[in-house]
Design a protein around this ligand. Structure first.
Ligand code: UDP
Length: 327
């Protein structure tokens, strides 16, 4: 039985990853500082003797006693409005946080995977994006704090691999959705579904011609798990290549929710990527992985989840702890 650490365990992806690792028979130590994560996402795991939890900010310090086989570094704010509100913490967890985790991995002789992102490609000039593309990122724009932190994270992870021989993996995660996303996290899917449920108009930023490719969370976690089992140290894209414009996406949500509200248009945020679609040739070849869940199926499951939440969740304006969190 493997003993693994998941940082960001109470977050959207981290919590689904914990579920999968427990189902695979691992002992899981979850770590989260709970600024964007929520204990509700892992409440069901506290009864499981194979799960334990530390409330801790890995940017400051990380220690886990006993043997460890693998660390998944998934802690980070991950939606544009989060990293605009807490830019310094976003930079810290992608630099100091990963440095601490790599130190722990080296000390324990454990493997380590980082959650990297399609944002390393910035506003891409190559389409779809293969792992060999170096990207088009504005380091000093509002998204730079996330994009450059993740790029640094890849660089330091590769350096620990080549210099110290740490057994590392780099997954580049494209837009992912599913149950446990925060309704108020600002990303397009919870934004549209939240608006439909509150009886508000759906807000498209820009003219809606920008594209994204949405992957259902179970597919993503399956790709992550397979990558952790491989011995591939270079970055691997995991995402669903089924590309759609944001306007078409809004129309799909209108149909799914049956809302009679309008679609309205607002300014496009600075440096918002115009197109995004993963080239998953490498994941198919190396991991024998491809996504299985169609957008129609995944959206239905996700909508049912949001509909089942208590009504007050719909009206939560901001995340509870941002104001009190020290910079
Ligand atoms: N978007 C939108 N309306 C919203 C929220 C987002 O039109 O209420 C757009 C956003 O400008 C971007 C796309 O939807 O073009 C995806 O945004 P998201 O924040 O989900 O993720 P990103 O891929 O930009 O990190």
């Amino acid at each position: 039985m493997k003993r693994v650490v998941v940082t960001g365990a109470a977050g959207f992806l981290g919590s689904h990853l914990c579920d999968r690792l427990i189902a695979e028979g691992c002992l899981v130590v979850g770590i989260d500082n709970l600024i964007t994560g929520d204990l509700k996402n892992i409440e069901h795991l506290f009864e499981n003797e194979r799960f334990s939890f530390q409330k801790n900010d890995v940017s400051n310090f990380v220690h886990v006693s006993g043997d460890l086989d693998f660390i998944f570094h998934f802690a980070s704010p991950a939606s544009p409005i989060d990293y605009l509100k807490i830019p310094i913490q976003t930079l810290k967890v992608g630099s100091l946080g990963i440095h601490n985790c790599l130190g722990l991995a080296k000390d324990k002789g454990a493997g380590l995977m980082i959650a990297s992102t399609s944002e390393v490609y910035g506003d891409p000039t190559v389409h779809p994006q293969p792992e060999s593309y170096w990207g088009n990122v504005n380091p000093v724009g509002p998204r730079g704090v996330y994009d450059e932190a993740k790029r640094f994270q890849e660089a330091i992870t590769m350096a620990y691999h080549t210099y110290h021989g740490v057994d590392t993996r780099i997954v580049r995660i494209f837009n992912t959705y599913g149950p446990r996303m925060r309704l108020n996290d600002g990303r397009v899917l919870p934004a549209f579904i939240g608006q439909a449920l509150r009886g508000e108009d759906l807000t498209i930023f820009g003219d809606g011609s920008q594209t994204r490719s949405f992957c259902y969370v179970d597919d993503l976690v399956d790709g992550i798990f397979k990558l952790s089992q491989s011995n591939h140290h270079q970055p691997v894209n995991i995402g669903n290549p089924d590309e759609i414009t944001i306007k078409q996406f809004a129309e799909e949500i209108v149909k799914l929710t049956g809302t009679s509200q309008k679609i309205i248009y607002k300014d496009l945020p600075i440096d918002d990527p115009k197109q995004r679609r993963p080239d998953i040739t490498k994941a198919k070849e190396i991991l024998k992985w491809a996504p299985k869940v169609s957008r129609a199926e995944g959206l239905k499951i996700t909508y049912d989840y949001f509909r089942s939440l208590p009504e007050e969740e719909l009206y939560k304006k901001d995340h509870k702890t941002f104001e009190n969190y020290s910079k």
